[in-house]
Ligand binder design. Structure first.
Ligand SMILES: NC(=O)C1=CN([C@@H]2O[C@H](COP(=O)(O)OP(=O)(O)OC[C@H]3O[C@@H](n4cnc5c(N)ncnc54)[C@H](OP(=O)(O)O)[C@@H]3O)[C@@H](O)[C@H]2O)C=CC1
Ligand SMILES: O=C1CO[C@H](CO)[C@@H](O)[C@@H]1O
Length: 455
């Protein structure tokens, strides 16, 4: 139906917590608002959830969708234009590429994939198929990030040095243990091998366990804890705001310092990503303390944008550096207002539908190239923590290595050559906020040769 007056036929893969609560409900709302969409297929392995979704869609739209257990059968038989994927993380890559290859537009929950290699593959197949794909980091549909990127590119902060962001939580149960185990969850009611993806080689064979099933975010084969569950939200927004994409060097840190509840993923973690443009991204958090979060911010040589926490922005602060540094008389503290968005998930779905209607994959606020860059930051951070390695990405070949003895030398060479700083993509401000003053006494610098001072 893309680009025509026909109605868009949408199917749902795994409408569980998020898939039902956000994907199905939001698209029902958008349909009620008059969007030309029909909710025609449901592929869900859990019968209760499948029936619940079918009944809800029928009640809201007057037409029951066709139901399937196997999503490939839905793709084959339901005559779809698009799918929404809401399964746990380890299924995202396979279901996304199966859908793209079938010529469908895709909305896939965050994190886009489970590994960096999978992320690069999704990006490649998305480009090859030309389909519209949105990754479900809904905060990327806040207009504030476009406004920030414009200001950054115009040089408001001078040379951009980096961002910092966070995702703090605290719980007396232990993180993600609030997903309840229920008696009704049994190997009879749940097709465990399909959930694991044994045939598709997506996870190791494990005995059925309600804890793993309901709280999969705590275990490495299915998620990567806060790295992928939470860091991916804020990291994607920061990449969108700055225009930065793949990092050059990533290191992760952390450990399990309190929540000895059988979890495998850390309860305190940090990722530091250095970008080839000469900027550093920091994302840090703990799952055991939340009342003293750090602010999200973007720093430049002439000032900082401070965003506070969360996503409910009605504005952000500009904090200038000292006039002794900036020499800008009109630089003063400023509140820059922005339009808050009431329902970011709805805005994100509407953006996806707009892009499909326009037949323009680049209209999505979180397309797979941005999705892959965010995955590279958070997953390489998780891998670095787990493997005790540091990761480097070659910007041309995209090969990943755990050693680059030339990394520091590259920066040292730029300095030795008195090079111009590099900038974020789209930079329009020449050398504003990007140069150093040379005081008079620097004339005295330089090596003394044969006892003679430099001329
Ligand atoms: N953007 C956001 O703010 C949020 C995003 N999410 C993301 O959404 C995703 C889902 O999380 P959540 O809703 O909590 O998970 P749930 O476990 O609640 O839901 C996953 C659903 O997928 C079904 N499923 C699993 N495998 C398949 C398959 N092969 N084919 C069809 N259906 C399948 C499950 O069925 P069964 O019950 O039988 O396993 C279940 O109903 C995650 O990637 C998570 O990161 C989650 C919350 C918020
Ligand atoms: O934003 C979110 C709310 O919390 C969930 C559980 O940790 C996440 O999966 C989700 O992305």
């Amino acid at each position: 139906a893309s680009g025509s007056n026909e109605r868009l036929r949408i199917g749902f893969i795994g409408p569980g917590g998020r898939g039902f609560g956000a994907h199905v409900r939001t698209l029902c709302k958008l349909r009620a608002d008059g969007r030309k969409i029909d909710l025609v297929g449901v592929a869900e392995v859990y019968k209760n959830q499948r029936d619940k979704t079918r009944d809800y869609i029928e009640e809201q739209t007057g037409t029951a969708p066709k139901c399937f257990v196997d999503y490939n059968e839905m793709i084959e038989k339901a005559n779809l234009d698009a799918v929404c994927i809401g399964t746990p993380d380890h299924w995202h890559h396979k279901q996304t590429i199966d859908s793209l290859h079938a010529g469908l537009n895709v909305y896939c929950e965050k994190p886009m994939t489970k590994t960096v290699e999978e992320a690069f593959n999704v990006e490649k197949i998305w480009k090859e198929t030309g389909k519209v794909m949105q990754v479900g980091v809904q905060s990327t549909s806040l207009p504030v990030w476009n406004e920030v990127r414009d200001l950054l590119q115009q040089g408001k902060l001078g040379k951009v040095l980096g961002y910092q962001t966070e995702f703090f939580r605290n719980s007396d149960l232990g993180q993600w243990r609030y997903y309840k185990l229920e008696k009704s969850m049994t190997p009879k009611s749940i097709d465990w091998n399909r959930w694991l993806g044994i045939e598709e080689d997506l996870a190791p064979e494990l005995p059925f366990d309600r804890e793993v099933y309901a709280q999969w975010r705590r275990f490495w084969p299915f998620g990567s804890g806060m790295f992928t569950d939470l860091f991916v939200h804020r990291t994607t927004s920061m990449l969108r705001a700055t225009g930065l994409r793949l990092p050059g060097r990533v290191v992760g840190a952390g450990g399990i310092f309190l929540e000895y509840d059988g979890r495998q993923v850390p309860d305190v973690a940090t990722v530091v990503a250095d970008f080839n443009e000469g900027a550093q991204g920091l994302v840090t958090a703990t799952m055991c303390n939340q009342e003293s979060r750090i602010n999200q911010l973007i720093r430049g040589h002439y000032g900082t944008f401070v965003f506070g926490n969360g996503e409910g922005f009605d504005g952000f602060d500009f904090v200038p550096e000292r006039p002794q540094v900036t020499h800008q008389r009109d630089y003063k503290d400023e509140r820059i207002s922005t339009n808050p968005v009431e329902d970011t998930t709805k805005a994100h779905f509407a953006n996806w539908l707009d892009a499909i209607e326009a037949g323009n994959p680049m209209m999505c606020n979180n397309p797979p190239d941005l999705g892959a860059a965010a995955i590279a930051v958070v997953i390489l951070g998780a891998q670095s923590y787990r493997n005790g390695e540091v990761y480097f990405i070659d910007p041309e070949s995209r090969e990943i290595s755990n050693k680059d003895p030339g990394w520091a030398k590259k920066w040292e060479q730029l300095s030795a050559n008195r090079s111009q700083p590099q900038h974020i993509p789209g930079w329009k401000a020449d050398d504003f906020g990007s140069t150093l003053r040379d005081p008079e006494y620097m004339n005295l610098a330089g090596p003394w040769i044969d006892g003679h001072e430099p001329s």
